[in-house]
Design a protein around this ligand. Sequence first.
Ligand code: 1PR
Length: 483
Amino acid sequence: MQVLFESSAEASSRGLGIIPCPIDRFNDLDKAVPHMGWNAAALINVTAEQEEQEGSVEEVDASSYYYFVHSFCAKYNPERYPEAMSWAHTITQYGQELFVSSVRKDNVFATQFHPEKSGKAGLALIDTWLRKPQLAQTRAPGVPLTKFSPAPRDKLTKRIIACMDVRANDEGDLVVTKGDQYDVRERSSSLSTTTETAGAVRNLGKPVSLAARYYDAGADELCLLNITSFRHSPLHDQPMLAVVRAAAECVFVPLTIGGGIKDTIDPDGTKRSALEVAGAYFRAGADKVSIGSEAVHAVERFREAGFKSDGTGAIESIAHAYGRQAVVVSIDPRRAYVDPSTYDGPYFSELVYGKLDGPENERDKAWWYQCTVSGGREARPLSVVQLAQGVEALGAGEILVNSIDRDGTGLGFDLELVSLIKKSVKIPVVASSGAGSAQHFVDAFTKTNVEAALAAGIFHREEVGISEVKTLMRAANINVRDS
Ligand code: 1PR
């Protein structure tokens, strides 16, 4: 849609200039930027007569939610750009800003949101457009309505994400696995474990069929993490690329793919850049890539270089080519406990103190959150705040906050960790690790104001359903999308 406009604050190249107005960046005074998630679109520039005649066949349904992911937009300003704004077909509000969320004139129809990623509402929009006889597609703008129908307000929903940790089992099949604290092998002490399964990779299902199940159940986004990718180049991992391709064919909500997004060298010596690896995932159907270990190394280099970047790292190069909204950084922190009465180390200002009414083993303790790489196998001398602020400066568009201490425990999200990160950055934050009940999601949204929350184990084991989570969120007055 944006290429129809005159220019963009995102790049120096000019647009087609068919719609005479510039594309600007959202301000982040009152909200996270990018605008990422499901929001509504209010119809405008439809005459009352058109509305009556065509109301039922309008492509955009004002009562549905559509998936947006962008930092730049055409701000709605009919006084300054009357001609351009006559193209506006729908308007959306994000924070205090109103922007054009679709344009329509003659036989041109373009959307800022992604219908192909907007679930059933998006598919219905495409279907309605394609089924319309050409005459009905061609439509001159009407006399603008004095008010929007219905009046816009910021309706960005909180997102529920289902995450699948994927790896090959000992037979070489890709399976969705899950353990606790990143240990995904069956323990001999577990009740469900037999002598045959002890030590085997826990198998919770096939990635594509689970992805389809979560899409049908109303997940707002899906995440597939290739958790052993640090062992080899993802470009050699054709089964994982095939999984992404097959999932993208049956899932019409955004897909984030993670694992091994970094510069690699193939066994034959061929160099592969992180951009190439990410490109392969995007072409296979991913909407965002998630960078773990490499983000930690990148921030270490960034800090060593005096907070300067040469622009060639994974985050910068992918954000430059695909936009920062396509780059998620997945953080795997672990608590580093210290004696609060004697500690005066570099992370003093980030210390979190165990609450008197908190879990018994946390009382009288203090800790900072230390970054790890290779799925928690190696701890690095970097805190989560340093990492979060570093990756935001390098160009990441979203942060996924895991917790090795909480992963798979069902104790709830580590709210101190999540709020620490949420307060440190302006980009959207996703809470992850530890969800054990629907109430834990409500707690994350009401106590930390994160944009999204993710779970794996409780969804895989069908202990809690996505609709149950959304029902409780609705009861707590949290805006959610119906599937
Ligand atoms: O470092 O860029 O190659 O990325 C590797 C990615 O794989 C990282 O995002 C890292 O978090 C993930 N990962 C690596 N090893 C494991 C493992 O489990 N052995 N998975 C792993 C980490 C954490 C979440 C999990 C949430 C929610 N899994 O993915 O889904 O903790 O779980 P819960 O709801 O059951 O508590 P790189």
